[in-house]
Design a protein around this ligand. Structure first.
Ligand SMILES: [Zn+2]
Length: 117
């Protein structure tokens, strides 16, 4: 059986073996399994020119450190036992306290009350 994949640009399905893949910087992307890939997004495209177009789109997007930190904090808060203090969050995210405070401030200024995180 042929395993299919989906192009991130055009949405076409194609055999997985033909995929063009690569990582691009994306501050809103954190890995669920491996924080080595935090800040990177894996793109999948059906052809090389579609991959190039996707890569260009991400290259033009601003890369905001606070966004990445907020994503790390969200992951820490949604996995495992609740983090009760900033010290807990520091241990679980590998961030320093000023980074956590800036990330929370950024988060609060960009999401209104009741917004879905
Ligand atoms: Zn495509």
């Amino acid at each position: 059986m042929i395993r299919l994949d989906l192009c991130d640009l055009c949405g076409a399905t194609f055999p997985r073996d033909d995929a063009v893949r690569g990582y691009v910087p994306d501050s809103s992307s954190v890995s669920r399994r491996n924080d080595w890939y935090d800040g990177l997004r894996l793109l999948t495209a059906c052809r090389a020119d579609h991959f190039a177009e996707l890569r260009e789109t991400y290259r033009r997007r601003p890369y905001t450190e606070e966004v990445l930190w907020a994503a790390k904090i969200t992951r820490a808060l949604t996995q495992g036992p609740p983090a009760l203090s900033v010290v807990d969050l520091q241990c679980r995210t590998g961030l320093h306290e000023p980074e956590i405070r800036r990330a929370i401030a950024w988060h609060n200024s960009h999401r209104g009350p009741g917004a879905v995180p």
